[in-house]
Design a protein around this ligand. Structure first.
Ligand code: ATP
Ligand code: MG
Length: 561
């Protein structure tokens, strides 16, 4: 798999950097900048995570600081090693490096237990026998204060004993919790005696069956940040209301306190971005796995043909703000086009073939035509494309009765076959039903690879492949997975799935493409950027995923396909 280590990534100026600059000026953290990317291994990473990855690793790099990769794995029922592995692969593929700082919150389970005991000893936590349902009811609402649990005033000794017994597996799942003793009347619901430990008889992908009690996310997350000496704990806006709780835990426990800074999460139109919803798409087989090229996952984008650089550039362009917004998916597409334009090898492929017989071209003759591999970069060189008496052109490049502004092939008209000759259409052959099945043309031998000696002008240039030399290959053309700008608005977001998001067709490809390797990227001239599928291609049988269209040209022929 391609993986490039980047040495420099510039995050755009943003409010987070202003805060860090100020902290450096006042020497708040002794000049240190230490961030982390803290995924929960309960799914694959998506483009929203890429924003957070670029931000956290980018800021660390820019300030000569450090960034940890830490798995927040305190919820064993939803987490899997498969997810851990995919996350590691994806962050690395994006070009970032955590050096030797790969951590797991589960590595802190012993410490977290001790911290919980410490809270009990301070009279700041208690074992509660309310059921999850009752806890919810006692909690109150935004407008009404909560009600104290009847177990709130247990003695420290009783709490210590019960918590120990919880750990020993003496109680059934869900029968008891450990709760922080804060304030049931707090206007912030997170402060109303939140649960910090629950009983869960679940196998954990790292700690196995060692534990039957697991710490809650809020307790785990802020202490993990603290233990790792994180200076700036960057998270999305929904955690703003959790900050007072994090501060409470760390102050009560006398622990080092990082600065939490919230930023707006990335939303993209025509996309859903929650792991829960992406999981549903996978489990209910709306898509072909987490790495389906239509998924907004990093692995899906990679399979689709996105490059790490294009994703980093996207993250750079969208910037970081404090208020929620929706980014247009066409910006992401712009970023990959921009990158592929520079690096993609060109090729000729005909999607919807129409046979052209060049009557005055000698039978059996074959020529090697020079074609440019990448007009943006001469170092890509040229290649030989076989030319013969019969070629396929795009059906859409011919019109029997063309309007004025149609500059491609039509009866009596002349057009250039890309890199080869000018041809003129003499006759249209139809089947019994009146469908066009072949064109009869002539070519001008004096126009090979250049203009006509008599200086006559031809506007249209069309792509082609030699009938005798081309191969068949499967092309997969993608459209947005959803046909609503905001699928989340639907009662059931799967109702907004676009039934035409994948179109499979058989195309005629230029000969060299038959040996294209999985992951290789091409521009099929006038058609779009394509990437050889890494999942289903086999030697001599490449399948091409269309990464993105070539904007303008595509719009003209798209409707007909
Ligand atoms: P999801 O809501 O998709 O399930 P999550 O927040 O539960 O995502 P985590 O694994 O907890 O997923 O996320 C890891 C980090 O990535 C967190 O710091 C989180 O704030 C950040 N993150 C998640 N989604 C986005 C997003 N759409 N834009 C920016 N950052 C995000
Ligand atoms: Mg989360």
């Amino acid at each position: 798999m391609e993986s490039e280590k980047i040495t420099e990534f510039k995050t755009p100026p943003n409010f987070i950097k202003n805060i860090i600059n100020e902290d450096l000026r006042t020497n708040k953290y002794g000049g240190r900048v230490h961030t982390r990317f803290p995924p929960e291994p309960n799914g694959y990473l998506h483009i929203g995570h890429a924003k957070s990855i670029c931000l956290n690793f980018g800021i660390a790099q820019e300030y000569g600081g450090k960034c940890n990769l830490r798995f927040d794995d305190s919820n064993p029922t939803k987490e899997k090693t498969e997810y851990v592995d995919s996350i590691i692969e994806d962050v690395r593929w994006l070009g970032f490096d955590w050096e030797d700082r790969l951590y797991y919150a589960s590595d802190y389970f012993d410490k977290l237990y001790e911290f919980a005991v410490q809270l009990i000893k301070k009279g700041k936590a208690y074992v509660c026998d309310l059921s999850p349902d009752e806890i919810r009811r006692y909690r109150g609402t935004l407008t009404e204060p909560g009600i104290d649990s009847p177990y709130r005033n247990r003695s420290i000794e009783e709490n210590l004993e019960l918590f120990e017994q919880m750990k020993q597996g003496k109680f059934p799942e869900g029968s008891r919790t450990l709760r922080a003793k804060i304030d049931m009347a707090s206007p912030n619901l997170n402060m109303r005696d939140p649960v910090i430990y629950r009983i869960l008889y679940a196998y954990h992908h790292r700690t196995g069956n060692k534990w039957c009690i697991y710490p809650m996310y809020d307790f785990t997350h802020c202490i993990s940040d603290s233990l790792e000496g994180i200076t700036h704990s960057l998270c999305t806006l929904e955690f703003e209301d959790h900050r007072p709780l994090y501060d409470w835990f760390l102050i009560e426990l006398g622990l080092y306190r990082p600065q939490q800074i919230e930023f707006a999460r990335l939303n993209l139109n025509y996309t859903v971005m929650s792991k829960r919803k992406l999981l549903k798409l996978v489990e209910e087989k709306f898509v072909d796995g987490w790495d389906d090229p239509r998924m907004p996952t990093i692995s899906g984008l990679r399979r689709r043909g996105y490059t790490p650089r294009s994703i980093r550039n996207f993250a750079e362009r969208i910037g970081v703000a404090k208020s929620d917004n929706v980014v247009d998916i066409s910006l992401l597409e712009y970023c990959i086009r921009e990158d592929l334009n520079k690096i993609a090898h060109r090729a000729m492929v005909v999607l919807n073939p129409l046979k052209v017989v060049i009557e005055n071209y000698p039978e059996g003759q074959i020529e090697e035509i020079d074609a440019v591999n990448n007009p943006e970069d001469p170092s890509y060189g040229t290649r030989k494309v076989p030319f013969s008496r019969e070629v396929y052109i795009e059906r859409e490049d011919f019109m029997e009765d063309p309007p004025k502004n149609f500059y491609r092939l039509a009866p009596g008209r002349e057009v250039r076959l890309r890199y080869a000759y000018l041809i003129k259409c003499k006759e249209v052959i139809k089947d019994d039903d009146g469908n066009i099945i072949e064109l009869r043309c002539t070519y001008d031998p004096l126009t090979k690879g250049g203009s006509a000696p008599d200086g006559r002008k031809v506007k249209g240039i069309i792509h082609w492949v030699s009938v005798k030399h081309c191969y068949d290959a499967e092309l997969r053309l993608y459209d947005h997975l959803f046909n609503k700008e905001n699928p989340e608005e639907e009662q059931d977001f799967t109702m907004a799935i676009n039934p035409n998001s994948l179109k499979i067709l058989n195309a005629k490809i230029e000969p060299f493409l038959i040996n294209a390797k999985p992951g290789e990227k091409f521009q099929f001239e006038r058609i779009g950027y394509f990437c050889v599928d890494t999942k289903y291609s086999s030697p001599g049988k490449p399948i091409f995923n269309r990464t993105v269209t070539l904007k303008d040209t595509w719009a003209k022929i798209k409707d007909k396909l």
